[in-house]
Ligand binder design. Structure first.
Ligand SMILES: C[S@@+](CC[C@H](N)C(=O)[O-])C[C@H]1O[C@@H](n2cnc3c(N)ncnc32)[C@H](O)[C@@H]1O
Length: 243
């Protein structure tokens, strides 16, 4: 049967695609990540088996084990959903899983999801592009992997537009310092959105120079650029969060 690599969106089950909801309803087994929202998990019928392969601090699950599991499940007569937060191909390692399935001759399909790199800014009322303000946005990881080249933040500062950083909470101070060293203004607006579209959503706004000391917890998406000064949330949301 087929393995569906499905994006679960940023958290709010209303932001799940209709195809993802249908595949969850029809699944025999769901292999899911830690960042899949509770509301989305609640849509999985009770009789469906769930396997949590979420990588957490102190409990890293090697990606190769997840790939092997998907291949083994895909070789059985099962409808398998591999459920990942956001979009499977945006820092989701969906590419590695698709390659493993392809090499094993297991049929698979990709079901895109709304990535946090656009959903989290939107939740804070931040448009990642805006005519006359930002003509581009760059999505980049702030996570450093031993043995892999670090992002050239100084060059990125020269690209202009909006910088959207995922997995950047730990190194936010050095990221800010590198961007400023590359030419970004110290007073460039920043919006950091934690757990966007969930009950734990929290938005922190500051200047780039203050990013290293800002009180930001994971999982957060950090938006850097003039658009981060915008708050275009609808008027009811803005009033409700003003207190
Ligand atoms: C391994 S990456 C996965 C990204 C995911 N595939 C996507 O498209 O959104 C995990 C990072 O995504 C960001 N993230 C995921 N869900 C989020 C949310 N609900 N609110 C804010 N940021 C989120 C955080 O930066 C987190 O550290």
């Amino acid at each position: 049967m087929t393995v569906a690599l499905v994006g679960a969106g940023p958290g709010d089950p209303d932001l799940l695609t209709m195809k993802a909801a249908r595949l969850l309803a029809e699944a025999d087994i769901v292999v899911h990540d830690a960042l899949v929202g509770d509301g989305v998990m609640a849509l999985i019928p009770d009789h469906v088996e769930r396997i949590d392969v979420g990588k957490r601090v102190g409990r890293p699950i090697p990606q190769e084990m997840i790939c092997t599991l998907l291949v083994e499940l895909g070789q059985q007569d099962l409808r398998v959903v591999r459920l990942k937060g956001g979009d499977p191909f945006v820092f989701g390692r969906g590419g590695e899983e698709a390659l493993a399935l392809r090499e094993a001759g297991v049929e698979y399909e990709i079901v895109p999801g709304i990535t946090s790199s656009i959903a989290a800014p939107a939740a804070a009322g931040v448009p990642v592009t805006h005519r006359g303000v930002a003509a581009a946005f760059t999505v980049v990881t702030g996570h450093r992997r031993p043995g892999e080249p670090d992002i050239d933040w100084r060059s990125l500062a020269k690209v202009g537009g909006t910088i959207v950083v995922l997995m950047g909470v730990t190194h936010r101070g050095s990221i800010a310092a590198e961007l400023i060293a590359g030419g970004s203004a110290a007073d460039t607006p920043v919006a950091a959105i934690r757990s966007a579209t969930t009950d734990h959503e929290d938005v922190v706004r500051c200047d780039l120079a203050d990013l290293g000391h800002a009180d930001i917890e994971s999982p957060a998406t950090i938006v850097i650029g003039p658009v981060a000064a915008f708050d275009l949330r609808d008027i009811r949301t803005t009033l409700a969060t003003a207190d």
